[in-house]
Design a protein around this ligand. Sequence first.
Ligand SMILES: [Zn+2]
Length: 245
Amino acid sequence: MSARATDERSGAHSTHRAVPREKALTRQAEDYLKVIYEIEQGGSPAATTDIAEQLGIAAASVSGMLQRLARLGLVKVERYRGARLSASGRLIALQLIRRHRIIESFLVTKLGYGWDDVHEEAERLEHAASADLVDRMADALGNPTADPHGAPIPTVAGRVDERRLASIADLPVGARARVVRMSDRDPELLRYLKKRGIVPGAILRLVEREPFDGPISLTVGRAKQSIGATAAAAVYVEKSARTDR
Ligand SMILES: [Zn+2]
């Protein structure tokens, strides 16, 4: 666990705001910062092609925005390697992620949305909601530390659990694990997983794995399930020490 993960003060009640939100940033610029943050979690700088792919735009249009963000002191661009967030860029990205995850939690817990139904709504609202509205939503929820998909919610000061987790696809045969979080990008995948009981907190055991990215057999609770490699790679787990075959 990283040092950052140790401080889980929510901070939602505090009167200080770590850094005022960059008023001048467009939604597009904010999306860049968020995507760069997510790619950097993989351990390397965000390459232009990866940014373009994540944003669904042409690679040729990325470098102009990176230069603009670099002039604002939000990213550092390393030639041939890609972009890294500066401390202030990182804070803005984490504030966006905080908004996104609190909004998703609010929609599910207070407004009865399904967990497969909130990501697109949060993608829009994260750019529009004021810090005050988001803090009030967090308060109304009791300042949760994870969103409905199990993803950690950064504090106001930008502290977040950045542990890297294994996915079901990484588990050896016989391993037991607890589901921590899942990718929330694909609503159909979320519905598919939920139908099989694969939700945060579920305990599973990997029974068998077919070669060549074939199906993976699991027990989830007491039920036997079989899922494909793509679904398995979208579910992040914490391995339990106990392993049996
Ligand atoms: Zn989401």
